[in-house]
Design a protein around this ligand. Structure first.
Ligand SMILES: NC(=O)C1=CN([C@@H]2O[C@H](COP(=O)(O)OP(=O)(O)OC[C@H]3O[C@@H](n4cnc5c(N)ncnc54)[C@H](OP(=O)(O)O)[C@@H]3O)[C@@H](O)[C@H]2O)C=CC1
Ligand SMILES: O=C(O)C(=O)CO
Length: 325
């Protein structure tokens, strides 16, 4: 088998595998250029001879390469993740085994930040709910209830990385006050660092979450943080569902201890708890980066990482943990 014109390193059929569904055009390119094999969803169905051929896995944050799958691939060299969040891949095992992991930072930052702003505006102004009100014909019987002013509010950004900073820049254009929490203060930004998530929530009208998922941030936004937001506070999450204690959020909404929430991500996607489907919650099906333009950029960066590895070139966007290799 020969390589595509873009690649020069020899690779055998079956050496590039796909874990989980991917963007159609990415799947087609992988098929055309690498005769990609699809790994079975049930690990028990993975033939050890096939598993031993796999050098590269292309996946997305939805699937990743979790511990058991990685352990079943003895000759794995690289995981290329379509998406910036890679909490579904066992990076600790990858580092221990010298397996490289790449992701797609920056190219999706603008669209995800746009989504966060859309959610923030919607929870304050209830545009979605008021549109449903009009469509239902309710306007004939009276006006929609008054809402809350977003401009001039205090926005607390939990996680001020690429996406958090893009959210803060956008929110600042609405004359908001911006506060943020990270483990280490970010140099060179004009916004005030607040040491803890609880204090950030206490001082904010809306807490917007932009930290990575994974064990280190699991339930970082718990009942204490939600209660610190208070009955006039809103929660917006564009990060990962695992960052929020979903049961605590539901309880706070039901008790009126929080004003509302805007959620693009959930703890057990695509399952959304029925008790979250409420008028004071705006719910999106994890569409933060879901534009044609951004998804194509993510595809191209995913392929660039795969090709660089197979060509023996430096990786364009390894995950930060790779600096330990
Ligand atoms: N909804 C969607 O479609 C999308 C969601 N995402 C999610 O957004 C996440 C963020 O992406 P991106 O901005 O590029 O990532 P970055 O790595 O650039 O930013 C992460 C930020 O979180 C902070 N952080 C990490 N851990 C903690 C913690 N325990 N407490 C407080 N702050 C913390 C980091 O600062 P420090 O290390 O100093 O604490 C950093 O400021 C992704 O990992 C992904 O999960 C991304 C794309 C699309
Ligand atoms: O990139 C990510 O981490 C996503 O969640 C989807 O773009």
């Amino acid at each position: 088998m020969t390589n595509s014109p873009e690649t020069s390193a020899p690779f055998a059929p079956g050496s590039v595998a796909q874990a989980g569904p991917l963007l159609d055009s990415l799947e087609r390119t992988l098929q055309d250029e690498y005769s990609v094999v699809r790994l079975p969803d049930d690990l028990a169905a993975l033939d050890p001879t096939d598993a031993a051929k796999v050098r590269a896995v292309v996946t997305s944050g939805r699937n990743g390469v979790p511990s058991e799958l990685m352990a079943a691939l003895p000759n794995l060299e690289i995981v290329t993740n379509f998406g910036v969040g890679y909490d579904t891949t066992d990076v600790a095992q990858a580092v221990a085994r010298g397996i490289r992991v790449t992701h797609t930072p920056d190219v999706l930052t603008d669209c995800v930040a746009d989504t966060a702003l859309g959610l923030m505006l919607d929870v304050f102004r209830r545009f979605g709910a008021s549109e449903r009100f009009l469509r239902d014909g309710a306007w004939e019987s009276g006006g929609f209830p008054l809402t809350r002013r977003f401009s001039g509010s205090t926005v607390g950004v939990l996680g001020l990385g690429r996406i958090g900073q893009a959210i803060a820049r956008r929110a600042a254009a609405f004359d908001t006050s911006i506060l943020y929490t990270t483990r280490r203060p970010v140099e060179g930004v004009p916004w005030e660092h607040v040491a803890s998530a609880v204090d950030l929530a206490r001082r904010s009208d809306v807490l917007v979450i932009a930290v990575p998922g994974g064990a280190a941030t699991e339930n970082l936004v718990d009942a204490e943080v939600i209660d610190a937001l208070g009955p006039d506070g809103f929660l917006v999450n564009i990060a990962r569902g695992s960052v929020v204690d979903e049961d605590a959020l539901i309880a706070a909404l039901e008790d009126g201890r929080i004003a509302g929430a805007g959620l693009d991500v959930f703890a057990h996607e695509p399952h959304v708890p029925a008790r979250l489907i409420r008028d004071d919650v705006t719910l999106l099906p994890h569409v933060g980066s879901g534009t044609h333009e951004t998804r194509l950029d993510m595809r191209d960066l995913t392929l660039a990482n795969l090709r660089a590895h197979l060509d023996g070139q430096p990786l364009p966007t390894p995950v930060p943990e790779m600096s330990a290799l």
